[in-house]
Design a protein around this ligand. Structure first.
Ligand code: NAD
Length: 498
């Protein structure tokens, strides 16, 4: 893969990061080995004990200060993100700023979601005081992608930290500088112990983290890599949360606000150069409004330009290998009778891909079935919304979706098989820290964000305290025939009529 090409020039034991826009050297980082990873995890274990010993309030106070640093230095952080991924600076600022609400939410809500609370008792267990609390797992390994190098990993990291865990973070080999910035900022507010540490490297370093015996892995990346992570973690029975890719659809009903739908489709499909896990890749439009929608979409998309200059609204494709995937998807569509209403084969120039809108695309085309990860949308006419739902659900992925409809938005949304749905908007659910984020099928399992995201990095601990000796003592060899008979009568009375 690309990293080895980069390493031909890099010093032994290091790798270089180059700007996807102009190839400039952005930085050089250590390629951490199995031993480095093991030592980091060992340090994290000590830190985890200390961090778990703090109160929720003490952890929240530190997370709040971490949030403050990010908020005050957004431009600096965004500068590194821009250099490493090529995304426009303003998009980088937006991404980093959207993580702030999550840090605040996780810190504030951890005590309520995870703290000890009473659990119910039944007639036969009325003598018990039952309670449950959610305890930290210990050390969480986080493996991140490059496309949202702040928002995405922090979605695991801050929830894991708020739940009382230490974190060892391996950012993508394309964005180690961004990861390093985050870890340094956290160390400023938590200087006592290395609660949040960085390891850098490619897949081999990630594999070492999977095998290191951490208490849980939070993986975000492709479905293919998630399977390798899961197989490796199986060796040590290390649980994982897998946040993978998708081929998200946007559905446009006949009564939709077409201006809003076109604007949203263009943004969800083309912002970040289309390199968004929850980015729209497919659009299904009711036949009554198909032509009007397409015209509006093309107008918005034509107004966008991929480039490396400050005025470009779309940055370069970050991963050099992705260009071939995008080219293959476009060529397949064109070869099989599809049309490029905007862009097409010549939209690709080096690492830049200009906006593409494709129609008459066969449903078994890779542009529909696979993640394209480029500023490209396929738009298909459907006879009714039943067909739109059916075609949306005909995928092995199931991450997110969006529905535009004035009257039936929620009704249509409810029929989609995916983890998250936006109605009359796009990308709104990740902005709501109270909502769990994640997918089904090939898009992964487990959840980050929200109460589920906090519980994902903890284990349920149950306590049942006997307050007084029960009149019917059941768990004793001294149980009498009379007790048995009475207990059976009570149970039959309680449950027998069902
Ligand atoms: P990737 O799978 O190539 O790499 C992800 C991470 O895994 C990197 O840090 C990489 O070094 C590491 N890795 C590679 N091989 C490994 C191995 N054998 N063991 C352990 N770690 C290994 O993905 P990517 O190209 O960085 O990211 C893009 C993908 O991520 C897309 O599919 C996108 O949809 C997905 N994504 C999903 C979400 C989500 O929340 N669901 C968010 C962002 C991106």
């Amino acid at each position: 893969m690309t990293i080895s090409v980069r390493n031909e020039q890099a010093e032994a034991g290091t790798f270089e990061v180059r700007s996807p826009g102009n190839g400039d050297l952005v930085g050089s980082f250590p390629m951490h080995t199995d031993e480095d990873v093991a030592a980091t995890v060992a340090r994290a274990r000590v830190a985890a004990d200390w961090w778990a010993g703090l109160t929720f309030r003490e952890r929240a106070e530190r997370l709040d200060r971490f949030r403050g640093i990010i908020a005050r230095r957004l431009a600096q952080l965004a500068g590194i993100m821009h250099e490493e991924t090529g995304k426009p600076h303003s998009d980088a600022v937006l991404e980093a700023s959207l993580s702030l609400d999550h840090i605040a939410w996780a810190a504030k809500h951890a005590p309520k979601v995870l703290g000890r609370r009473r659990a119910g008792v039944s007639l036969l267990t009325a003598n018990q005081a039952a309670s449950v609390e959610y305890r930290p797992l210990g050390v969480i390994g986080v493996i991140g992608p490059w496309n949202y190098p702040v928002f995405t990993p922090l979605g695991s990291i801050v929830y894991a930290l708020a739940a009382g865990n230490a974190v060892v973070f391996k950012p993508s080999e394309f964005t180690p500088g961004t990861g390093s910035w985050l870890v340094d900022a956290f160390a400023q507010v938590v200087p006592e112990h290395p609660v949040f540490q960085l390891i850098t490297g490619d897949g081999s370093t990630g594999a070492a983290l999977c095998a290191s015996g951490v208490n849980k892995m939070a993986f975000t990346g492709s479905t293919t890599t998630a399977k390798k992570v899961m197989a490796s973690c199986a060796e040590t029975l290390t649980p994982i949360v897998a946040e993978c890719g998708g081929t998200d659809a946007l559905l446009v009903d006949s009564d939709a606000d077409l201006d809003a739908a076109a604007d949203a489709a263009a943004w969800a499909g083309m912002a970040n150069a289309g390199q968004s896990c929850i980015g729209t890749e497919r659009v299904y439009v009711h036949t009554d409004v198909h032509d009007a929608f397409l015209e509006k979409l093309v107008t918005v998309a034509r107004g966008q330009r991929a480039g490396t200059d400050p005025d470009a609204t779309i940055g370069p494709i970050t991963l050099p290998s992705q260009i071939e995937t995008i080219r293959r998807h476009i060529n397949d569509v064109l070869r099989r009778g599809g049309r490029a209403v905007l862009g097409g084969a010549d939209a690709i120039d080096g690492s830049l891909v200009q906006p593409c809108v494709l129609t008459d695309v066969p449903e078994d085309s890779p542009a529909v079935t696979e993640e394209t990860f480029g500023p490209m949308l396929t738009v298909s006419r459907v006879g009714d919304m039943d067909e739109a739902v059916k075609r949306t659900n005909a995928t092995t992925y199931g991450l997110g979706a969006a529905v535009f409809s004035k009257k039936r938005g929620t009704e249509i949304a409810d029929r989609l098989r995916c983890g998250m749905v936006a109605v009359n908007a796009v990308f709104n659910y990740p902005q709501l820290p109270s909502l769990p984020f994640g997918g089904v099928g090939d898009s992964g399992f487990g959840r980050i964000h929200g109460p589920d995201g906090l519980r994902e990095f903890s284990f349920a601990r149950s306590t049942a305290r006997q307050r007084f000796t029960p009149p019917l003592a059941l768990t004793t060899f001294g149980r009498t025939a009379k007790t048995d008979s009475l207990a059976t009568k009570i149970m039959t009375l309680l449950h027998g009529r069902h």
